[in-house]
Ligand binder design. Structure first.
Ligand code: X2X
Length: 341
């Protein structure tokens, strides 16, 4: 009797548990594909690797994330990355707001010229109500946003001469990544903008097919853009692109609640580490990265207050026009959050 009383519940438990755990195991894929635009030698690529490592370790290998840099899952076309997440081609991504802006117009907020004067302004947006609204916009498209990271303030370089005022931009062929707001801004400054993937940009700079580009300094130095004629660099901080750590909704739903929390916590940690790393060496207190760039024969230009005012004035119509597309309420909320920082 005692024996039976033990065996029956044990058997029942085993019968209940077996098909359940089998079904769960079958739901998990042997590998999850994580997309980034740049390679793993860049801070952004490292953030993807870090996220994957933390998740693999904390799930004892149940969730095995592999990084696919170079937006290779979409043939290098970074403007298609977000769509590919929705289509199930990409499972996870650490992506730039710029590259996902064709699908989520609100993400153009960060590309409004001269909206964010400093790091506190970026934080005021990403870590506050505006950030939550942007996450809702992503969530409504069947993609689960988990954490913010940072590509950084985008500084402009070229092979011809120092850029200080709109006059200096006249006729220069400047590459931009994605989104017509960049085309409009560069056009307003008198430049000749051309859209190009990141993969195509470095050869185009090397051959002189284009004169310049804009990217954060961590990208400039990791890609050694001073070796492809980028001898003039202007620190104007006109826009900054945060990174966003996301998982496709379908993949997210296939994981247990415990594993989802592990993935979320790991994204928050990797994101915080990434933001700290992205700001290193380019602050007033520590400008070592800027000095390293200058040490490679680059003339680093900081526009004066008057020159900056001229750049802001020339691009103001773009700001106003694009505010309507992005959503005037969102832009107003962003300006208020920045003013209160
Ligand atoms: O292509 C770029 O310029 C990069 C790497 O910064 C982005 O993906 C937005």
């Amino acid at each position: 009797m005692l024996k039976i009383r033990f065996i029956v519940p044990a058997l029942a438990a085993a019968l209940l548990a077996a098909p359940f755990s089998e079904a769960r195991a079958a739901d998990y894929k042997p590998e999850y594909k994580l997309s980034t635009v740049v390679g793993t030698a860049f801070l952004w690529g490292k953030a993807g690797v870090r996220w994957g490592d933390l998740v693999r370790e904390r799930t004892a290998g149940r969730i095995n994330i592999k990084v696919y840099p170079g937006t290779s899952l979409v043939g290098g076309d970074q403007s298609r990355e977000f769509t590919a997440i929705r289509q199930g081609i990409i499972d996870l991504a650490v992506g730039s707001t710029i590259n996902w802006s064709p699908q989520i117009k609100e993400l153009n907020l960060f590309s409004l010229p001269f909206l964010m004067p400093d790091y506190k302004a970026i934080d005021a947006l990403t870590q506050g109500e505006v950030g939550r609204k942007l996450f809702q916009a992503i969530e409504s498209r069947e993609v689960v946003p988990l954490a913010w990271g940072e590509n950084g303030f985008r500084e402009i370089s070229n092979s011809k001469h120092p850029l200080r005022t709109p006059d200096d931009f006249k006729g220069l062929k400047i590459r931009f990544a994605v989104s017509p707001i960049f085309s409009a801004t560069l056009t307003a400054l008198g430049a000749n903008p051309t859209q190009m993937s990141w993969a195509d940009t470095q050869p185009a700079l090397a051959t002189g097919a284009i004169d310049g580009q804009e990217n954060p300094l961590t990208i400039f130095i990791a890609a050694k853009l001073y070796n492809v004629s980028q001898k003039y660099l202007t620190l104007w901080g006109y826009v900054a692109d945060p990174l966003i750590f996301v998982v496709s909704r379908e993949i997210w739903n296939s994981w247990t609640p415990e594993d989802r929390e592990i993935v979320r916590a790991a994204a928050l940690q990797a994101g915080q580490e990434n933001i700290a790393a992205a700001r290193q060496g380019i602050t007033v207190e520590d400008d070592s990265l800027i000095r390293e760039i200058a040490g490679n024969g680059v003339e680093v230009v900081r526009p004066s207050a008057a020159e900056r005012a001229a750049l802001v004035a020339a691009t103001r119509p773009v700001f106003e026009h694009w505010s309507k597309t992005i959503g005037e309420d969102l832009v107003k909320a962003a300006e208020a959050a920045i003013a209160a920082r």
